[in-house]
Design a protein around this ligand. Structure first.
Ligand SMILES: [Zn+2]
Length: 480
């Protein structure tokens, strides 16, 4: 009998909040800087210091919680999570345990055209740890490790989902949605490459149709969407293989090795009692009244789902386009700004989803860093409409605009890329192509209409893509 398995996946997402100062002191939260320059006695954990809660952190956590449809706790508190880690000098982390600020939320994801609701168990606030820098290539071969406490005390929210996801695709869609919501609400910049958005996954497998949860492993250290997807797929396959071989999945924390494409055991999984949580005695419990919640609710922007619906209803974009573009607030803003200069929404969205995203991905850039201004993209589309350049040339020009920051008109003029629409000039080339390709001509006249496509291609090649394709087609038809 062949047993079919299903995966049960829950995600824990850590997002650094975009506040200017740390959660319990006035130190800067800015990324980078020389090691140990954004520190003070409080975040260095020196004896005798007292934390002071940054009220802005609470505002940000509330905003994220409301955008994730959470219930806000009127009364919550901070707790100490104790462990010995060198990147937290106090040897405990101030976090929230049994009374988090937000609980019972959800968000909707779309996979294969189907919408699915993923529960959010909780969202709580905590302080980030510092960064260890191991000398050499890997921790095990390292002779020494250095510690940079600049990140210690940077505010985080941890968003814990219900184990509602069943595949790597669903997990990826969930993380993308969380990222979009945090960016729309501007509580985090979500730069995965700078570690301001990080994700752990709890994964188990069970025979499909059964209720009982299998033993789970926690997967850490996935720093991109691609890594998340690959790591989850690997882990599901690993667990199924263990079970099929009659072995047991052990509860443990595993680390994803991006280079080798495997997960490796890191340590056995801690239980809550291992952390000896207890209430943080230096901070008063947090009481949040209705007015505070309503004041934050009033600052919520239009969220991704609503914006997507607006693009479909008001601009007539297909659901798919609207979902891709509103998946990033910066892309959606880019579209809106293009439309101020060029009103054809579908054409603009094609260029954003095609050329712009391709070039951004190739250069590992975020939409906010796009080197081509929306107005400049609109100018390029206008040059195409006027017939100054062909569609093929437009793509080349756009790539050069992206790489050099020059305007479309500048590039077209400097390189002489204007489309050839001069009938007599094109006629000569068309005639030459006809003479040079008697076989294609015979094929065409014998009924093989696709032979014309080949000849159009030859004309385009002879003019280095500059011939007006519409005119070339007309001339060919006439002469054949
Ligand atoms: Zn500090």
């Amino acid at each position: 009998m062949i047993i079919e398995y299903e995966a049960v996946i829950g995600l824990e997402v850590h997002a650094e909040l975009k506040t200017n100062s740390k959660i319990f002191c006035a130190c800067s939260t800015e990324f980078g800087g020389d090691p140990n320059t954004h520190v003070c006695p409080v975040c260095l954990g020196l004896p005798g210091v007292l934390p002071v809660l940054n009220k802005e952190v609470v505002d940000y956590a509330l905003k994220a919680g409301l955008a994730l449809n959470c219930q806000i706790a009127e009364y919550s508190k901070f707790d100490r999570k104790n462990y010995f880690y060198p990147d937290l000098p106090k040897a405990y982390q101030v976090s929230q345990y049994d009374l988090p600020i937000c609980e019972h939320g959800y968000l909707d994801i779309e996979v294969d055209g189907k919408t699915k609701r993923i529960g959010i168990t909780r969202l709580h606030m905590e302080e980030d740890a510092g960064k260890l820098v191991h000398q050499g290539t890997a921790i095990v071969e390292s002779n020494s490790s250095l510690v940079d406490y600049n990140r210690t005390g940077v505010p985080l929210v941890e968003i814990v989902s219900e184990p509602d996801m069943r595949s790597a695709e669903e997990a990826k869609a969930y993380l993308e949605k969380v990222k979009a919501i945090l960016q729309y609400t501007e509580v985090s910049d979500c730069k995965m490459q700078e570690g301001s958005l990080r994700c752990d996954a709890n994964i188990s497998v069970r025979p499909k149709g059964t209720e009982k949860l299998g033993t789970k492993a926690e997967l850490k250290n996935m720093n991109s969407f691609k890594a998340l997807q690959k790591a989850i797929e690997y882990e599901i396959a690993r667990q199924i293989e263990l079970i099929e071989d009659g072995e047991k999945v052990v509860q443990e924390t595993r680390s994803w090795d991006e280079n080798k494409g495997i997960s490796v055991s890191l340590r056995s999984k801690e239980e809550a009692h291992d952390y000896r949580y207890f209430p943080e005695p230096d901070l008063v419990p947090l009481v949040i009244d209705k007015q505070w919640v309503e004041r934050i609710r009033a600052t919520l922007p239009e969220l991704p789902d609503d914006r997507k619906q607006r693009l479909v209803n008001e601009l007539g974009l297909p659901e798919y386009d609207a979902a891709v573009i509103t998946g990033s607030k910066d892309l959606a803003d880019y579209l809106d700004r293009c439309l101020e200069y060029y009103p054809d929404a579908k054409k603009v969205s094609n260029w954003i989803m095609g050329e712009l995203l391709r070039l951004l991905n190739n250069s590992n850039m975020e939409p906010a860093e796009a080197p081509v201004e929306p107005k400049e993209m609109a100018e390029l589309l206008k040059l195409m409409d006027k017939g100054t350049i062909s569609g093929t040339i437009a793509k080349q020009v756009f790539e050069e605009m992206f790489n050099t920051g020059k305007s479309a008109a500048e590039i077209v003029a400097a390189k002489g890329l204007e489309q050839i629409s001069d009938q007599s000039e094109l006629e000569k080339i068309v005639e030459k192509v006809i003479t040079d390709n008697p076989q294609s001509v015979a094929d065409y006249r014998g009924g093989k209409k696709q032979a014309a496509g080949f000849m159009v291609g030859q004309v385009m090649k002879a003019t280095r893509g500059k011939a007006n394709p519409k005119l070339v087609n007309e001339l060919l038809q006439k002469k054949l």
